[in-house]
Design a binder for this molecule. Structure first.
Ligand code: ACO
Length: 322
């Protein structure tokens, strides 16, 4: 069995914060942000737009795109580092709002790599027959964990949600199959202090703010992202030339370009949203997939490569025939 992506959806909060607006509040400039990151603007959720609210909108859009009803879904995984509550899971809130009473719903925490980890997890459930159809959601309200006085971090992130519907279907076991063809996920907890939130229920009993050593994260990102994709290339015998669309986690335009160059993937085959969305953590890949699917860039039968790296560190990649 293979797990196919049969629908995509996304949601972005209406409020857009430009670099110029940030420059009115903190000591930064549009020029600095664009040059270092490629980011020009980001969306910021309204007070009532919690992660479950925006994740639900993306899930509904993905179901509509798949032409499926909610009651066909027996697995919901929400990748998020910004859940509505410490518990219950944001996934169960979305499950209830969709009117689903069966199956399982849970959250998965791998920060910016969350969508890749969640897709890899759903793939295992679907390919093994443990589930028939899944919604995998990346939804984040990072605006709530940003220190808006800290110019080294607050300019980088945004809010948003993306979702895919995945369905089990038989394949031949070859690379010509549609569906998820390979996944690789990795973690190395020695790097916790490079990118973390300085609060939590078990430590400070507060939510805390995001803290990051940007240079260190950048350095590790390019190396680890290329490494995870090389595993996929070794396993499948493919190379950068075979990839129709590279849909990387959208943290920073310079990381995206450097990784594409290392992998031999031409920039015309890279889906980029970081300029308009900023870094939406676990939501960035499904947001980019939904955009490139909706505008007709990604076509059925094409090879799509996704990759991400985030706090932990966590990192991973997946190869999908659309
Ligand atoms: N506006 C203006 N100046 C700034 C800003 C800002 N927003 N932020 C920092 N600066 C200043 C610094 O204070 C420093 O000034 P100094 O030289 O007087 O001390 C100067 O700019 C250079 O700062 P650096 O941190 O050296 O700048 P760098 O070129 O490394 O760029 C950045 C910083 C953009 C954060 C970069 O390191 C980066 O992109 N790192 C990756 C981080 C990332 O993407 N994390 C996302 C989560 S992980 C992931 O998704 C992969």
């Amino acid at each position: 069995m293979r797990s196919h992506i049969v629908g995509c959806g996304s949601y972005l909060p209406a409020r857009i914060v430009t670099n110029a607006e940030l420059a009115e509040r903190i000591d930064t400039s549009d020029e600095w942000i664009v040059q270092r990151t490629g980011i020009r603007q980001r969306h910021v959720a309204a007070d009532h737009e919690t992660t479950s609210v925006i994740g639900l909108k993306a899930a509904r859009a993905a179901l509509a795109d798949a032409g499926m009803e909610a009651d066909e879904i027996d697995l919901i995984i929400v990748a998020t580092a910004t859940p509505d509550h410490t518990f219950p899971a944001t996934a169960t809130q979305i499950q209830a709002a969709l009117g689903i009473e069966g199956g399982a719903a849970f959250d998965l925490q791998a920060v910016c790599s969350g969508f890749v980890f969640a897709l890899a997890t759903a793939d295992k459930f679907l390919a093994s027959g443990a589930a028939k159809a899944a919604i995998v959601i990346g939804a984040e309200t990072f605006s709530r964990i940003l220190d808006w006085e800290d110019r080294t971090t607050c300019v980088l992130f945004g809010d948003g949600a993306g979702a895919v519907v995945m369905k089990a279907a038989p394949g031949d076991g070859t690379l010509a199959d549609r569906g998820v063809l390979a996944t690789h996920i990795r973690s190395d907890g020695r790097y916790t202090d490079k990118l973390y939130v300085d609060g939590g229920p078990g430590s400070t009993k507060t939510v805390g703010f995001l803290r990051m050593e940007g240079k260190e994260v950048f350095r590790h990102a390019v190396v680890k992202l290329a490494e995870t994709v090389r595993h996929t290339f070794e396993e499948t015998g493919l190379s950068g030339d075979d990839i129709d669309w590279f849909v990387p986690h959208q943290a920073n335009r310079r990381i995206i370009d450097a990784t594409a160059d290392k992998l031999g993937i031409g920039h015309e085959r890279v889906v980029v949203t970081v300029d308009r969305h900023g870094n939406t953590s676990a939501a960035s890949i499904p947001l980019a997939l939904a955009e490139a699917h909706a505008d007709g860039r990604i076509k059925r039968g094409q090879l799509v490569l996704i990759e991400a790296m985030g706090g932990g560190f966590t990192w991973g990649s997946a190869l999908i025939r659309w």
